[in-house]
Design a protein around this ligand. Structure first.
Ligand code: SF4
Length: 396
């Protein structure tokens, strides 16, 4: 039985990560140029990288959406036309906007399709209809909307609908928060959020004092809801995380792609498969997981009432840069590991393969005891390995 396709939309924090997520099977990527997006701390793309990224993605039938979702001052808006003309020239598939001034400029100067950013907090049918009149093709709804509510907005507006399926959540309305501006002078609307909601606060009640992380949200995980995204006709599911690591984007893309492809073919997702994929999603850095608002309103169980820690069992040890059939893998090392460590290869679609880092050799073929970041090392050949595959190991 063939189901309607749900687009898997993944983050591309830089050109390397774009290549990783495209190779692991996403249907579309979103990325930011040097300005106008909301992630000033992400690497972001200079124009030449953006053009290369679009070509790499389009050659593999993957779409590219560019974020222009800051709210701009007049002085910023003046710089936008030149960038828009460049984006149209390299044939990006859509731009993601929040600001009406940006929307007007895009419409006047280009024919690039417009997606409404979650930052605009569209939560209802009437808002959706108004955005449609203004030329928006797709609504990226606020994270406060459930899958069922999103489906109603789709039916009433006839617009494409995109919902977040995985990643960090904001306790404010889809990022409309200025705590960071007031406390740190860092503008969250311009990618500078200091994540004050993750801090520990001292609560002073009438009869007691308490320390708490009461504003820190768990992370969203919607793998068990993949069937509902299909049955409600959601067009695109989005993974948050332009600032996350290569291993993060590769692992998450692969897990969701497996779930979506399996559901497309079989119209079902067994509890065993969901459990297996959830296990994979727990291998990357995350806070505890929550379903957020996907099926019911998020409540106190969505609060991650702990100090943030990045303890993860697995780390990204490197990426395959060359393979010699039956002989060895050449890998660029990203984190240190030792000869004889157990490593796991993440093929693009097959199951993960465990192997031992023995022998471990440098590029000259000399045995080394420890691999350091930046080194090129030779590892034993693993059946099915391909260039750009990621390799992970247990955290030291
Ligand atoms: S401080 Fe927290 S709630 Fe506010 S914008 Fe940043 S992540 Fe969102």
């Amino acid at each position: 039985m063939t189901q309607r396709i749900v687009e898997l939309l993944a983050p591309a924090g830089n050109l390397e990560k774009l290549k990783v997520t495209v190779s692991y099977g996403c249907d579309a990527v979103y990325l930011g140029g040097e300005k106008f997006g909301l992630r000033s701390a992400a690497d972001n793309f200079i124009n030449s990288e953006l053009a290369e990224g679009v070509k790499f993605a389009h050659d593999r039938s993957v779409k590219v959406y560019v974020v222009l979702n800051s709210f701009l001052y007049d002085r910023d808006l003046k710089e936008l036309p030149e960038f828009l003309i460049f984006l149209e020239k390299v044939r990006v598939d859509a731009v993601i906007i929040s600001d009406l001034g940006v929307l007007k400029t895009v419409k006047e100067l280009t024919n690039i399709p417009i997606h409404l950013s979650t930052q605009a907090s569209c939560l209802n049918v009437e808002a959706g209809k108004l955005w449609k009149k203004m030329g928006v093709k797709r609504l990226i709804l606020g994270r406060e909307v459930s899958i069922a509510e999103a489906s109603k907005i789709k039916k009433a507006t006839g617009l494409e609908i995109e919902l977040f399926i995985h990643g960090s959540l904001c306790m404010a309305y889809s990022g409309n928060c200025v705590i960071s501006n007031y406390t740190m002078g860092r503008d969250s609307n311009r990618g500078g959020c200091a994540h004050n909601c993750r801090f520990e606060y001292s609560l002073d009640f009438k009869d007691k004092k308490e320390n708490s992380f009461f504003m820190s949200s768990k992370d969203l995980m919607g793998i068990a809801q993949v069937p509902e995204f299909f049955s409600h006709g959601i067009d695109s599911v989005k993974v948050e995380g332009r600032m996350k690591t290569h291993l993060y984007v590769g692992t998450i893309t692969k897990a969701y792609k497996r779930a979506i492809s399996h559901y497309e073919k079989n119209a079902s997702l067994s509890p065993a498969m969901i459990a297996e994929l959830e296990g994979e999603l727990r291998k990357v850095s995350h806070r505890d997981y929550t379903e957020g608002n996907l099926t019911k309103r998020a409540d106190e169980y969505s609060i991650f009432d702990k100090r943030e820690h990045l303890d993860v069992d697995y780390m990204f040890v490197g990426q395959v840069v060359e393979t010699k059939m039956g002989e060895h893998i050449l890998m660029e090392v990203r984190n240190p590991f030792f000869q004889n460590d157990q490593l796991e290869l993440l093929p693009f679609s097959e199951k993960e393969k465990t192997f031992k880092a023995f022998p471990l050799e440098n590029i000259l073929g000399e045995v080394v005891e420890k691999a350091h970041p930046g080194m090129l090392v030779k590892l034993p050949y693993v059946e099915g390995v391909e260039n750009l595959n990621l390799i992970r190991g247990r955290s030291l």
